[in-house]
Design a binder for this molecule. Structure first.
Ligand SMILES: Nc1ncnc2c1ncn2[C@@H]1O[C@H](COP(=O)(O)OP(=O)(O)OP(=O)(O)O)[C@@H](O)[C@H]1O
Length: 278
């Protein structure tokens, strides 16, 4: 049987991520109540639903921050259900958080380099003596960090503390840090939150470029304009239950989805981004 101890990178013809009948209960609250979906290389999939629908809880189960009370999560066919976040990250699963989790006092570059250390071959001896191997790998880490900061389009100062950057720039740094892990699968929790219109357009372009690298993206996002433009598929949750899974067009017309959002129309349209078609 496949397990967490299997060799990483096992090739499989199946989906990259396979979530099967996932459940998470908090006492009497069914935060996630039977979620199933899968994602393949380069996919862009969004998980949407009203506030409290269970989206972040589902992300936390997939990435090991919560232990699901039922169901399975498979990455490349390997069962990672309930594994520690670091073990899941080592499988090529990276994420960002709804609330930024940068090290504010560290430089922008160091924040991104911090994302790489788990895959760098260094030991305490190398670091202490500043061996040629240590210096080489530090140089390589800096080059890679700069590459990812270029990739996300960071304009601000890379040598200063991360907290000095404007909010939209900090969000880019968080994505650069997640990319520096070299993920096969990247989960982004509300990447457009707090961004202005121009920044949302840049985010849309960035998401497409990440997907073009072959990395699968799963987003939680409230901005329906962005979701409808960028997603290949959309999974809809309401009160923990999965009420739809389909293309943007299918989901837009689904009566259960319309009902879940009924009365929230004005609110959801208020932050809608009009983004150009291809
Ligand atoms: N740590 C927790 N303890 C108890 N209940 C929780 C906890 N985390 C989430 N919940 C509950 O689980 C349900 C799902 O919450 P969750 O944050 O996953 O929803 P969400 O769809 O991500 O919402 P939002 O769009 O507002 O971020 C809610 O009823 C919430 O109150």
């Amino acid at each position: 049987m496949a397990g967490v101890a299997d060799a990483p990178g096992t090739l499989s013809a199946g989906p990259l991520l396979d979530v099967q009948d996932l459940h998470l209960d908090f006492g009497g609250i069914k935060a996630v109540d039977g979620l199933s979906f899968s994602a393949h290389d380069g996919d862009i999939l969004s998980v949407i639903g009203p506030n409290g629908a269970g989206k972040t809880s589902a992300f936390n189960c997939i990435t090991g921050f919560y232990k699901p009370t039922g169901g399975k999560v498979l990455v490349e066919g390997n069962d990672i259900t309930g594994a520690r976040p670091s073990a899941i990250a080592a499988r090529g699963v990276s994420r960002t958080f709804q609330n930024l989790r940068l090290f504010g006092e560290l430089t922008v570059l160091d924040n991104v380099r911090a994302g790489m250390h788990m895959r760098m071959k260094q030991n305490a001896f190398d670091a202490l003596l500043h061996t040629p191997r240590f210096r080489r790998s530090e140089r390589q880490a800096t080059e890679e960090a700069n590459h990812w900061l270029d990739f996300v389009g960071l304009r601000g100062d890379r040598g200063g503390p991360a907290r000095n950057l404007p909010y939209g720039e900090q969000r880019r740094v968080e994505i650069a840090r997640a990319l520096a892990l070299g993920p096969r699968l990247l989960l982004l929790d509300e990447p457009a939150a707090g961004l202005n219109h121009g920044e949302k357009l840049e985010l849309l372009d960035l998401l497409r470029r990440i997907s073009a690298l072959g990395t699968a993206l799963v987003l939680i996002e409230h901005d329906m304009g962005l979701v409808m433009q960028v997603s290949r598929r959309i999974v809809v949750l309401n009160f923990g239950k999965q009420i739809a899974d389909g293309t943007p067009e299918e989901v837009r017309r689904n009566p259960a989805v319309l009902e879940a959002y009924l009365g929230k129309d004005e609110e959801s349209h208020a932050d809608e981004t009009e983004v150009p078609h291809d």
